[in-house]
Design a protein. Structure first.
Length: 430
């Protein structure tokens, strides 16, 4: 297939009719496939079914003899913090273990900064005139929703292949009203890119206008590899400390896509001062986390090798789904000039840049054909993609057969939306 933008009007009209016929045939299949969110499939969740019998009758004591059934233990069991220390890049004393949602931990952390301020600051963030956050784009819609909830301005910065455009980041961070930045540094949601060591070094050392500036370091996909090459990233906490900014990074992660999505563990890791600050607020919110679930995790996963083997089993289930999507995009769209897409090495998403001005139409066409996608615009602040081109595909939850069918349809819809736009433009030019 040649670039469709190079076709003359007659050939474009013929291609439009041919593609519309294909689309109607696809729509007639009556599919019902949901690819809106990055959820683990039932088969992935089944990998952790062994946890459901743990910790076992009478086996509810930690290594230190704590009764996990009772209150207390706000920071989390020592053996659990030790198990996930490598994953978080922090010593156990700098880790707090929460319940299942890292998003809840991120929300609470921002809320406490908003109403109380953070170490190194002089006042709550809400007293800053027109406070703002730097937001790499494409990004995670739920990050943006938290900021929107509290009226925090969002400053989009493009991702450039090895992380955000650091020249733009450093320029924005020099403004005292800019209090923080979202980062998904490894297998980013949704682009799949991983921040380079140079990018992470610049983030840790850059000058900021606000002395209480924070990196919200959401390392959600740190062990979620799609290939046997396990990408590693620089240690943000270590680099911040060496750069003289020990309190700059708040690190978040969870096991929601490792074990059981609704019954995982969430983590906060940071400097000693930040951990003390976090614990002082958390103690007003809860008397203690679910320590039985913490025991389940440590006894099921056991050690770093156990985590690695468990995640390899996840990879075996979902990597074929990602490969199926990529094949469908390549088959339909290679050489046409209508789209570009990522081939991620990890994470949960494939990011497609369709022809500018067509993403919303692609989502609507797919919906009409029974394939539900994440709304166009979700990867940008306020849900508004200024170029109307970015699509986030989430292939993990449906079955492999469903992914195969959906991918065929998505590629067709991307192509049809582009043809329709070019056809409409050609009619206007007459």
């Amino acid at each position: 297939m040649s670039r469709i933008a190079d076709l003359n009007s007659e050939d474009l009209a013929d291609l439009r009719q041919q593609t519309l016929n294909e689309y109607e045939a696809f729509r007639a299949r009556g599919l019902k496939i949901d690819m809106t969110r990055g959820k683990p499939s039932p088969e992935q969740l089944a990998l952790a079914n062994g946890m459901l019998t743990l910790p076992g009758n009478g086996d509810h004591f930690s290594e230190a003899g704590e009764d996990a059934r009772n209150y207390g233990g706000l920071q989390g069991l020592a053996e659990v913090r030790a198990l996930f220390s490598s994953m978080l890049g922090a010593s156990p004393d700098r880790i707090v273990v929460g319940d299942n949602s890292s998003l809840a931990v991120m929300h609470d952390t921002l809320l406490w900064a908003w109403v109380k301020g953070v170490p190194g600051g002089t006042e709550p963030w809400q007293k800053t005139e027109s406070p703002a956050f730097i937001c790499p784009v494409p990004g995670y819609d739920r990050h943006f929703s938290i900021l929107e909830e509290y009226g925090i301005r969002m400053l989009p910065v493009p991702l450039v292949g090895d992380g955000p455009d650091m020249d733009m980041v450093e320029e924005l961070a020099a403004d005292p009203s800019v209090k923080g930045m979202w980062c998904v540094p490894k297998y980013s949601n949704p682009s799949g890119e991983t921040y380079s060591d140079a990018t992470i070094a610049r983030l840790s050392a850059m000058k900021t206008g606000a002395p209480d500036f924070r990196l919200f370091w959401d390392n959600a996909y740190t062990v979620h590899h799609l290939t046997e090459e396990e990408r590693e990233i620089a240690d943000i906490l270590d680099l911040c400390e060496k750069a003289g900014n020990p309190d700059r990074a708040f690190v978040f992660a969870s096991t929601s896509k490792v074990t059981l999505a609704g019954a995982g563990l969430a983590f906060f890791a940071s400097s000693p001062a930040n951990v003390r600050w976090y614990m002082a607020s958390a103690t007003k919110r809860t008397i203690g986390p679910d320590k039985l679930n913490q025991l389940r995790h440590v006894r099921f996963l056991k050690n770093n090798d156990g985590i690695r083997k468990h995640m390899a089993a996840h990879r075996n289930l979902i990597a074929p789904k990602f490969a199926t999507v990529i094949r469908a995009l390549e088959k339909r769209l290679t050489g046409t000039g209508v789209a570009e897409w990522t081939s991620p090495q990890g994470g949960y998403f494939i990011c497609v840049d369709a022809m500018e001005g067509t993403a919303r139409q692609v989502v609507e066409l797919a919906k009409q054909a029974g394939v539900v996608l994440t709304p166009a615009g979700a990867t940008s602040p306020y849900g508004k993609d200024p170029h109307d081109r970015t699509l986030r595909l989430a292939p993990t939850f449906p079955s492999l057969k469903e992914v195969e069918l959906a991918s065929e349809g998505i590629a067709l819809c991307i192509f049809l939306a582009a043809v329709e736009k070019l056809y409409a433009d050609s009619k206007q030019d007459v």
